[in-house]
Design a protein around this ligand. Sequence first.
Ligand SMILES: O=C(O)CCC(=O)C(=O)O
Ligand SMILES: [Fe+2]
Length: 261
Amino acid sequence: MAPETRDLLDDELVLRFLHQGSLQFRPRFPDGFHERVYQQLAQLKHNPGNHITREVPDLQAVVENPVVHALAYSLLGPNYQVHPHRHFYDNRPGSMSQGWHVDAATPDHMLRGLILFYYPQDTDLNMGPTVFVPGTHFRDAPMDRLASYANIRGQRNFIGPAGSMVLLHPDLWHARSLNRSSQHRYMIKFMLTRPDEPEQPSWRHDPETAGALFLSRVREFVGPINSFCSDYLNEWEWRRKLWNWMRGAPRQDPNLMDFLV
Ligand SMILES: O=C(O)CCC(=O)C(=O)O
Ligand SMILES: [Fe+2]
């Protein structure tokens, strides 16, 4: 069923996702829901892989939550699917951090899927949150080199109260960070996919204002160093390509000079 129009993302938020490569949010759940999920996860004797929703059926309500539905519908269109792959990440006290990586490397960076992370406990900086680098979904990740990078200037952490969730572009650089606390940090990953090519915007799009909004934002820096370099120029072009693709606009030849006025 299509979400209520008022629940869909608007152009502003779609552009924010397009620039950052992620959107963090926290839907409402009944009192005690996240604590119950956490306790059920704590009792697992082994990691059931893709069967995590069978072992902890409450997790189905996470991926089927109406806010998740409205966001996925906005970004992936009406025919998006919940992929059967899902995984339980137990970041144990005293763990090591993980190497930087991307979960998928989409050759053309178009948005054919989304990663959903759900954190059932309060997650602060000490508890081994997922760390990510905004804007990196348009950078072709040199995976073998990436794994040896340490801290990256401008990296951020998905921290927040129990029930926090985030949708990620599958090409965004991220990693598990080390858990300095005495508590297990849990995270469940789901995947959502887009089976078709967009024909029209699937969010609350206003064709009257969207073009000017896009142009006013396209040069925004998401990195920590506001310097012009070829990667930033490429990024503007990637933003335009993805924006046009998501709107189902006819393919246009790249024309970087449009931005240099
Ligand atoms: O546990 C995390 O915070 C992230 C794990 C992850 O991204 C992965 O293993 O692919
Ligand atoms: Fe990952």
